[in-house]
Each structure stands twice: as structure tokens, then as C-alpha cells.
Design a protein around this ligand. Structure first.
Ligand code: ACO
Length: 347
């Protein structure tokens, strides 16, 4: 039985279309100065293809990076709260597109923390010997269910996707530990009405969404949850802030990140930031930031990485990852997002 589950491959698939603060101010009562000062966001991406198509491209790149083929994959975990369909699950669509015939496939939905909860799931299944090679995906396509008339939420979110490959290893690397939690008493602070069977016969019908959103309450709970999880996971593993080489946090708001970092005693220069360019991509945020940290050479061999996150629920977590020796891809894939006209896989 493998003792550890190393992260050996990574890949992202970002939609090319950019929605800037200036664009938003053409149809909402908002402006660049307010959005930057309150959130740190300048622009975000809007996808022309389904979440599944982004996930397939990111998975192909992650597999090539790990030097694996689709036939090697035992498990696909698809982290999202915006699956294209409820039935069948989204992970099975990735499996079909890749031709990963012997894989098991499952979706995980804990909103913005979905990628990290999915990483926990895959790592646990590897460490208990159920599987050896897994693809873990963080993908979100929020633009189709955004309430574009509501400036409180429309400025905050973007679409995106990234994936990692996790493999059984005898070396002490990969996810060393995590702290998971959920402030369920605050679950009403973020609700997207119109998504799910509860709305079948209600005033807000499926596909016509309205967001219940208490930004200030979410802000407070997010900081509380991420600080609590980060300090708990560091204490559990005998690690101090000085031992952390890089922080790859969920990026819902620059000010939330600043508050978490300072309360954990971590310096700003250790934090990987993407919030200005991509906004909050929910489940895709952490894996995209991790991918870009690797691309920019910010992940050194043997690095200790802290990944705190929160999401609707309000779920929260912090993951402690020991990176392996390899920080460059073994191979590259030419997988790309389909052009707009060719979009949509045959499900
Ligand atoms: N442009 C201009 N003004 C705005 C905008 C906007 N886009 N949005 C709100 N305002 C106004 C408000 O109406 C309010 O006006 P008022 O004082 O006249 O009532 C004013 O700006 C201040 O609003 P606040 O809510 O006090 O602003 P705050 O500083 O709290 O920032 C924000 C709001 C950015 C939403 C912040 O609270 C936040 O980031 N919260 C966390 C939200 C979040 O990350 N959610 C993701 C959940 S995770 C998931 O799983 C999906």
C-alpha cells in the first residue's frame, strides 16, 4: 500500500475571453476604482465552452505533464458547483473524452473548496490502496448562472479550470494533511436560487437564477474559517509560518487573502496571487494559481505549500502539501479549448 500520494502532473485550460471592470461598468452601476479597491480584481475570464470541455483539455495537459496515458488512470474526481448536467455526472464525461476506460469517476461539490476536497478524496483513496493514479479537477463555469443585473455578485466571479495528477508514492510528498470544516449556521449567506430540483415548481425556475448573497458576513466567516484551518493544520504537523515556502489561497477577494495571511503570521511575498487577473473562479481558483506558480518557477523542489480556502456552505479548509523534486513537466500536450463554433462535446 502506498504511503503517500504525490502531485506529479498539472495543467490548466483558461478561456481566452476577458471581461474587464470597464466592460462591467457599461451595463452595471459600478466602476473600476470601486472593484479594485474593494476586491483587488481587474478582469476575469468568460468561457465560450462547457465546463466539461475545459476539464478535458486541462486533464490532457496534466496527464502529459505526469508522463501518463489515459489507460493509466484509476480515478477521476471532478470538483465543481457548476456541473453542466446533474445526471450523468461530469467526471464520467471527462473519462469518456479521455478514453480512460478503467477509471472510476466521481463529482465533488463543496463550492469554492471543491478542488481541495477532491484532492483530499483522491489522496485518501490512494493512501488506502483503492487506486494508484488519479486526476483531480477544479473547474467552474459561473457565467451562465450569474445574475448579471446584480452588481453585488456579477463583478466577483469568473470561469476557469485546472487539473492535477496524483500518484501513489513511497516518498513523503503530496498532501501531508488537511483541516476541513463547515460553518453550516451561515449556509444561508450564499445561495444561488434556481439551481437544483428544489426550484422545479417555484417562482424562480431552473436556469433563471437569483443570488442570495451577504458579502460582509461571508467575508468575516471566510477569514475566520481559513485562519482556523491554517493554524490547525500547521499545528497538527508541527509546522510554523516560517516553514511555509508558498501560500496558494482561494482568491475571492484580495482583502480576505491579506487578512488571512497577516493573522497567520505569513509574509505577503510568499503568497501566489491571481485575483486581479481571474477574479474568483470558485473551485478552479486554487489549481489555476498552483499551475501558474509552477509556470513562474515559484514552486521549488521540496517546497512546503499551504492552501487555505472557503466556499458556499460555508465550507472551509487548509491543505499542507510537500512538493516533490520535479517542478517541470515530463511531457506536453497540445490539447486546447475548441473554437466557439465547434464547442460542445457529444455527451
Ligand atoms: N460597484 C459599486 N458599488 C457596489 C458594488 C459594485 N460592484 N457592489 C456593492 N456596492 C456598494 C454597496 O451597494 C454598498 O453601498 P451602500 O453603502 O450605499 O449600501 C457599498 O458598495 C459597500 O458595500 P459593502 O457590502 O459594505 O462592501 P464591502 O467592502 O463589504 O465589499 C464584497 C463587498 C466585495 C462583496 C465583500 O464583502 C466580499 O468580498 N465578500 C466576500 C464575498 C465572496 O467572496 N463570496 C464568495 C463566496 S465563495 C463561493 O463558494 C461561491
Amino acid at each position: 500500500m502506498a504511503t503517500y500520494a504525490a502531485i506529479t502532473g498539472w495543467g490548466k485550460a483558461m478561456p481566452p475571453a476577458v471581461l474587464t471592470n470597464e466592460d462591467l461598468s457599461t451595463f452595471l452601476d459600478t466602476n473600476d476604482e470601486w472593484i479594485i479597491s474593494r476586491t483587488g480584481m481587474k478582469e476575469r475570464r468568460i468561457s465560450h465552452v462547457s465546463g466539461l470541455e475545459m476539464a478535458v483539455a486541462a486533464s490532457r495537459r496534466a496527464l502529459a505533464c505526469a508522463g501518463l496515458e489515459a489507460k493509466d488512470v484509476d480515478l477521476i474526481v471532478y470538483g465543481t458547483c457548476s456541473a453542466d448536467e446533474q445526471v450523468p455526472n461530469a467526471a464520467s464525461g471527462v473519462q469518456a473524452a479521455l478514453g480512460a476506460q478503467r477509471a472510476a469517476s466521481m463529482d465533488v461539490n463543496t463550492a469554492c473548496t471543491s478542488f481541495l476536497y477532491a484532492l483530499t478524496t483522491a489522496t485518501a483513496m490512494i493512501r488506502t490502496g483503492v487506486v494508484r493514479n488519479a486526476i483531480v479537477i477544479g473547474v467552474e463555469i459561473i457565467s451562465p448562472f450569474m445574475d448579471w443585473d446584480n452588481r453585488n455578485v456579477a463583478v466577483l466571479f469568473g470561469d476557469g479550470c485546472a487539473a492535477v495528477v496524483v500518484q501513489a508514492s513511497d516518498k513523503q510528498e503530496g498532501l501531508l494533511g488537511e483541516q476541513l470544516g463547515c460553518i453550516a449556521e451561515a449556509r444561508q449567506t450564499l445561495r444561488v436560487r434556481g439551481m437544483g430540483t428544489a426550484y422545479t415548481n417555484h417562482a424562480v425556475t431552473s436556469g433563471d437564477t437569483a443570488w442570495d448573497f451577504d458579502g460582509q458576513e461571508i467575508f468575516k466567516r471566510a477569514v475566520q474559517g481559513m485562519v482556523q484551518a491554517s493554524t490547525a493544520v500547521m499545528a497538527k504537523h508541527g509546522v510554523t509560518a516560517a516553514d511555509i515556502d508558498l501560500v496558494v489561497p482561494h482568491q475571492a477577494n484580495q482583502r480576505i487573502i491579506d487578512a488571512v495571511i497577516s493573522r497567520c503570521g505569513l509574509p505577503d511575498e510568499k503568497v501566489m496571487l491571481t485575483v486581479a487577473r481571474y477574479g474568483n473562479m470558485s473551485a478552479a481558483t486554487v489549481p489555476v494559481a498552483l499551475n501558474e506558480a509552477l509556470e513562474e518557477g515559484r514552486v521549488k523542489p521540496g517546497a512546503l505549500i499551504l492552501m487555505p480556502a472557503f466556499g458556499a456552505g460555508l465550507t472551509f479548509c487548509a491543505h499542507l502539501v510537500r512538493w516533490g523534486e520535479r517542478v517541470t513537466p515530463l511531457g506536453e500536450s497540445d490539447a486546447a479549448l475548441p473554437p466557439a463554433k465547434a464547442a460542445r462535446l457529444k455527451w
